[in-house]
Write a protein that binds this ligand. Structure first.
Ligand code: THU
Length: 132
């Protein structure tokens, strides 16, 4: 569905990206089970390696504010082809959000909808430690 408020919020978050090195701005919006939306943008660093993706900013903001149950995440970049979450972000999303819906979009249209389990098959998580 276009006009999804989650995508709109991710587009707005993308405007706040700090990406002077790659110039590749990304926005994310994470929806909790009670409908609260927490946003994130990528924040780059001159050391490059300390850069953090939009998705992880959103997850860590949400968790730090006490949210622990999520339904969907929207990820927005200015690309024709879908921009899916990177591997580390898939792992972090799985850890804190489980099998949520991942909505991909660019500045004008949705480019895909996926379940996280399809983007991260055979995930490692607490169950593998015998503690989950
Ligand atoms: N990036 C994200 O924020 N999320 C993604 O899903 C893909 C990559 C950021 C990291 C870096 O700042 C820039 O995009 C280029 O990789």
């Amino acid at each position: 569905m276009e006009h999804d408020v989650l995508v709109t919020r991710a587009r707005e978050a993308r405007e706040r990206a700090v990406a002077p090195y790659s110039t590749f701005k990304v926005g994310a919006a994470l929806e909790t089970v009670d409908g609260t939306i927490i946003t994130g943008c990528n924040i780059e660093n001159s050391t490059y390696g300390l850069t953090i993706c939009a998705e992880r900013v959103a997850v860590f903001k949400a968790v730090s504010e006490g949210h622990r149950a999520f339904r969907r995440v929207a990820v927005v970049a200015d690309t024709q082809a879908p921009t899916p979450p990177c591997g580390p972000c898939r792992q972090i999303l799985w850890e804190f959000c489980g099998d949520i819906e991942v909505i991909l979009a660019n500045l004008t249209a949705e480019t895909g909808r996926h379940r996280l389990k399809d983007l991260l098959p055979l995930p490692f998580d607490a169950r593998n430690l015998g503690t989950g």
